[in-house]
Design a binder for this molecule. Structure first.
Ligand code: GLV
Ligand code: GLV
Length: 309
């Protein structure tokens, strides 16, 4: 707000929850700039309701909630917040991996519910991370940051993405695999791809069936990359051993959902970038993008740079 006020009149949705759709559509009618969250659908309907809109700035790196081509067609740059959240989100993904593979949820539940009996040499046996093979689906900024962490655990790292990343192979020692080979060979799989038409439902029944029965699945990208019903089946039938999820489909995930009840499924509520420092940097970066656009300059972090082409 401090950065935006000097360049513009600012109205801010004052509540600590997503702005209701009707209110958003109403408020954008005269707006030239929009500072939004990943819970706001920036689609044809919204653009039609906002004839003066000239810039969209989202406080997140993922912009799957934004119709980028519709914005580009209207000449609207869309800002996002890469880089500042990379390391924090990689920490979260790695934390989920450790927690899921080593069964922290079941252990915590035993303690909380008074089931912590005598030390039992056979209780809560999980799977090791160190020395295992990690598969990373989507080797972007966050995926590479996870690969660096895995090196410290002496893991072998496989990756899959649309095209081979030779610099990453040289620098990080990661090995390319086809999607199927990665699933079959990995002891743990971390999903960090962005959500698009090619990755929607990517981790489906067939994919889960290819994984090892001892494998852990971590998703810190978008919930829709994983087929929820298939994951429930995989976790309850032993196709895979455990899952650690920062994102789900639907989101928020109701506590009554079958997925949440599974003891081998650990879910946290989309907190990948949630540290004081990183959320502050994201807020500033999103403001910086919007201020640049409102001043007629190029956004420094633009998700549809072709708009300037
Ligand atoms: C969070 O999910 C983000 O995309 O920044
Ligand atoms: C466990 O606490 C051990 O001492 O091995």
């Amino acid at each position: 707000m401090e950065r935006l006020r000097p360049v513009s009149d600012v109205w801010m949705w004052p509540e600590n929850r997503a702005i209701p759709r009707g209110e958003l559509l109403d408020r954008v009618r005269d707006a030239q700039g929009l500072y939004c969250m990943l819970t706001d659908g920036i689609d044809a309907e919204l653009l039609a309701a906002a004839p003066r809109l000239a810039a969209v700035s989202q406080m997140a790196v993922g912009v799957d909630n934004v119709d980028l081509s519709a914005c580009t067609e209207r000449g609207i740059p869309v800002g996002h917040t890469p880089d500042v959240l990379t390391e924090t989100t990689a920490d979260t993904a790695f934390g989920l991996l450790i927690a899921a593979a080593r069964r922290f949820r079941e252990g915590m539940e035993d303690v909380l519910e008074g089931r912590w009996g005598e030390w039992d040499p056979a209780a809560l046996l999980g799977r090791d991370l160190h020395g295992s093979t990690l598969g990373i689906v989507g080797l972007g900024r966050i995926g590479r940051a996870v690969a660096r962490r895995a090196a410290g655990f002496r893991m072998r790292v496989l990756y899959n993405k649309r095209s081979r990343d030779h610099p990453a192979e040289e620098r990080l020692g990661v090995e390319f695999r086809s999607f199927g080979a990665l699933l079959a060979e990995s002891d743990h799989v971390v999903v960090l791809t962005s959500l698009n038409s090619g990755t929607h439902g990517l981790i489906d029944r067939a994919a889960l069936a290819m994984m090892k029965p001892t494998a852990t699945l971590v998703n810190a990208s978008r919930g829709q990359v994983v087929d929820t019903d298939a994951l429930v089946e995989a976790l309850s039938c032993g196709w895979i051993a455990a899952a650690g999820l920062d994102v789900t489909d639907p989101e928020p995930m109701p506590s009554s959902h079958r997925l949440v009840s599974l003891p081998n499924c650990l879910v946290v509520p989309h907190i990948g970038s949630a540290t004081v420092r990183t959320r502050t940097l994201m807020a500033e970066r999103a403001a910086e993008n919007l201020v640049a656009a409102l001043r007629g300059k190029q956004m420094p972090y633009c998700a549809n740079p072709e708009v300037y082409g």
